[in-house]
Design a protein around this ligand. Structure first.
Ligand SMILES: CC(C)(COP(=O)(O)OP(=O)(O)OC[C@H]1O[C@@H](n2cnc3c(N)ncnc32)[C@H](O)[C@@H]1OP(=O)(O)O)[C@@H](O)C(=O)NCCC(=O)NCCS
Length: 139
């Protein structure tokens, strides 16, 4: 069996855009997935045998980290790559002594995030037809 090499690297906003677009909002223009503070964020990619497979973006403000636009290419979903990337982000946030990690989670993904100790809050909203709940964890 071919061996798998997994690397996680910091990447640029222009590298995350096409994946965000393809996975999350393929029917919208690509500009829809560009965030106004992308230039101040840190973006990470998980590379499987050199090919980018999963992405996540980390925004830090007031000693709190928010992750946004977490996505795995559809054909690679369900193999654990997203979990590896999210664990990497959680360790990084802990290493940097940030006190909180949070996200606007798609409600359908809240069980997934609970496995990483993120807790649902009572802050819920709907955007573009999708239900969201704010989830958070304190260190
Ligand atoms: C959310 C997302 C990034 C997760 O990425 P992923 O690479 O598929 O994540 P994982 O493979 O680690 O986990 C996904 C599921 O596969 C399961 N899984 C993980 N490794 C597995 C394995 N080796 N064998 C079988 N199942 C596995 C996980 O338990 C998880 O199950 P769940 O969805 O029932 O909770 C991905 O589903 C995605 O891009 N979704 C569309 C965009 C989106 O919704 N982003 C999040 C917005 S809040």
């Amino acid at each position: 069996m071919k061996s798998k090499t997994i690397n996680i690297k910091q990447i640029t906003p222009s590298e995350v855009l096409p994946i965000r677009h393809k996975v999350m909002w393929p029917n919208m223009p690509i500009t829809y997935v560009s965030l106004k503070n992308d230039d101040e964020a840190r973006h990470f990619g998980l590379f499987l045998n050199g090919e980018i497979t999963s992405i996540i973006s980390l925004f830090i403000e007031n000693n709190e980290a928010q992750f946004r636009k977490f996505a795995t290419l559809i054909e690679f979903q369900g193999f654990g790559y997203g979990s590896i990337l999210l664990k990497h982000i959680i360790s990084l946030v802990q290493k940097e002594n940030l006190k909180k990690l949070w996200c606007n989670a798609r409600v359908e993904k809240s069980k997934f995030y609970e496995r990483f100790n993120l807790k649902t809050t009572n802050k819920k909203f709907v955007k573009d037809g999708i239900d969201y709940v704010i989830m958070e964890t304190y260190f």
